[in-house]
Design a protein around this ligand. Structure first.
Ligand code: FES
Length: 149
């Protein structure tokens, strides 16, 4: 199986870059046709990955890129209004997120590499279209304006 297929997982980062309760790795995804950001962090030895979108208001939560944990490094915090989420489950445990929970993203690591697994709802961002090369014999220079008679 190809190592870069969605079934085999899409490579994100080297395992050693995710330090225990350290900065998360961020990457772009699409959910239901919308651009979103996902993140993966290491928490108590396990990888935890979610969409970077608060349940309260659909906004990104990190106070610096990839920094999600509170000062005691116990909960994922939303910087906007202070919603707190339990890192293992993504469940809201305090603040204005009610009974909601973060949207999980499937990740795994093997051979020192972290991979993510697209789902039916969360998929890779499609590549940007490549511009068409000029037609043979065509000119890239704009046509000169006609001079007045
Ligand atoms: S937007 Fe996250 S707590 Fe309000």
């Amino acid at each position: 199986m190809d190592a870069a297929t969605p079934e085999a997982g899409l490579p994100l980062c080297a395992s050693h870059t995710l330090e225990e309760k350290g900065r998360a790795f961020l990457w772009d995804v699409r959910q239901y046709g919308r651009n979103e950001v996902a993140f993966v962090m290491r928490f108590e030895g396990q990888l935890r990955a979610y969409l970077n979108r608060c349940v309260h208001v659909p906004t990104q939560m990190d106070w610096q890129p990839g920094e999600f944990l509170d000062i005691e490094k116990r909960y994922i915090l939303c910087t906007l209004h202070g919603a707190a989420y339990e890192p293992h489950s993504g469940r809201c445990i305090g603040g204005p997120c009610g009974r909601g929970r973060l949207t999980p993203v499937a990740v795994a690591e093997r051979d020192g590499q972290v991979y993510w697994y697209p789902s039916r709802d969360i998929v890779p961002v499609p590549p940007l279209p490549v511009p068409e090369p000029p037609a043979p014999g065509g000119s890239a220079a704009p046509a000169a304006p006609e001079s007045p008679p």
